[in-house]
Design a protein around this ligand. Structure first.
Ligand code: PLP
Length: 383
């Protein structure tokens, strides 16, 4: 539901709507541009004060133990795996029901992807399948909160803790979601948030890694800072540092951090609108022939990046929506179908069931109340 501070004039009511599945939210020009201009001409545009302040405020918002910024969510996932101790040749159990970067990051770490199946009710990693896929070679578990619906964290963490394996949550779609009354970002050793263009909150590109390791957090964060900048400790005089591990050029800069700091003043309203629209659809899309909404763990509170439904005759459903100016899409290809992951192929009946009928419809901050009613009416007409 759009409101005055974050409303979207380009999809205003009247005439045939043109309702996109994704839309970039940026703070108003008069708020953002002076801040950007200030940092752009400050002489300090790389990693500096804005990055430190953004990490601090993002961590405060989540309530996690430590926070590391990166120049993308993918880089943050690579960092998480490295900090979790994943090395070349190790196995990481993951889900194919996600965007490619989730699993590409596992390859960046030199590790092998082992697929676990998903719950066909929502596309999230299934804890029972996970338990079956863990072996002595497994060094980490990758969990995705697909579309903003939190996975069954309690069951997944129970498996992980029993086997002593760290969990990396890919929360690229789940900023603002909660599980067991607490924000996504505090439950596992590592939780990644993507700030890519079309996420709940964007800095154009960027990624944040919440670190909740109980053991020597300061050392872990220092390692993470080296990992994201050539293996170098930026605080030490350059000629006195010894590079002892591989590092990357993954750091965030002051310009993107300045966008992030401005976004933090709006993100609650943006996410609040996604949640209000999603909860509306949860009720309004019941009892429709040929359509099912997702179901999830009772402790999960989704943040509805998009709204996922399972439909009969998906192609016709999408054509019907398109004819009425409403975008819909599967958004992602099941990752196990890519040839880069050919050696990981296995039977995944839960993925088959979910992927075979799922499709996403818009539910973001840009929808007006009349547009979400309109979406429901169009769907109820049948396809
Ligand atoms: C589930 C998921 N994981 C990871 C990423 C990667 O994030 P980034 O684009 O910030 O690298 C994305 C999207 O871009 C995503 O949708």
């Amino acid at each position: 539901m759009a409101n005055s501070r974050i409303s979207d004039s380009s999809t205003a009511d009247g005439g045939q709507p043109n309702i996109p599945l994704f839309k970039v939210f940026l703070p108003p020009r008069e708020v953002l541009m002076p801040r950007l201009e200030e940092v752009l001409y400050s002489g300090q545009i790389s990693e500096g004060a804005q990055v430190v302040e953004f990490e601090r405020r993002f961590a405060q918002r989540i309530g996690c133990a430590g926070m590391l910024s990166f120049n993308s969510g993918t880089a943050a996932l690579h960092g998480a795996l490295a900090l979790a101790g994943v090395q070349a040749g190790d196995d990481v159990v993951s889900t194919p029901m996600t965007a490619e970067p989730t699993n590409m990051a596992i390859l960046h770490a030199g590790a092998n992807v082992v697929w676990a199946d998903v719950d066909p009710a929502n596309g999230n990693l299934d804890a029972r399948s996970l338990a079956e896929k863990i072996t002595e070679r497994t060094r980490a578990i990758m969990v995705v909160h697909y579309g903003g619906i939190p996975a069954d964290i309690d069951a997944i963490r129970a498996v992980a803790q029993q086997r002593g394996i760290p969990v990396v949550e890919d929360a690229a779609h789940a900023m603002g979601a909660r599980y067991d009354g607490r924000p996504i970002g505090v439950h596992s050793e590592f939780v990644m948030f993507s700030l890519q263009a079309i996420k709940h909150m964007t800095t154009v590109d960027g990624g944040m890694l919440a670190c909740n390791s109980a053991h020597d957090l300061d050392k872990l964060l220092a390692e993470g800072r080296k990992f994201r900048w050539f293996g170098i400790d930026r605080a030490a005089p350059r000629t006195e540092v010894d590079v002892a591990s591989v590092g990357y050029k993954y750091h965030m800069n002051n310009v993107t951090a300045a966008i992030g700091l401005a976004q933090l003043d709006y993100v609650d309203e943006v996410i609040g609108a996604h949640i209000a629209n999603g909860r509306y659809f949860d009720v309004a899309l019941q009892n429709i022939d040929g359509l099912r909404t997702c179901t999830w763990d009772a402790k999960a509170e989704p943040s509805y990046w998009f709204y996922t439904v399972m439909v009969r005759d998906r192609d016709n459903f999408c054509r019907h929506l398109a004819a009425h100016g409403i975008a819909s899409s599967q958004a992602h290809k099941r990752n196990d179908r890519h040839s880069i992951f050919a050696s990981s192929r296995c039977a995944l009946p839960g993925v088959d069931a979910f992927y075979g009928s799922m499709v996403h419809i818009p539910c973001g901050w840009w929808l007006s109340e009349s547009q979400r009613d309109y979406i429901v009416d169009v769907i109820r007409k049948g396809w």
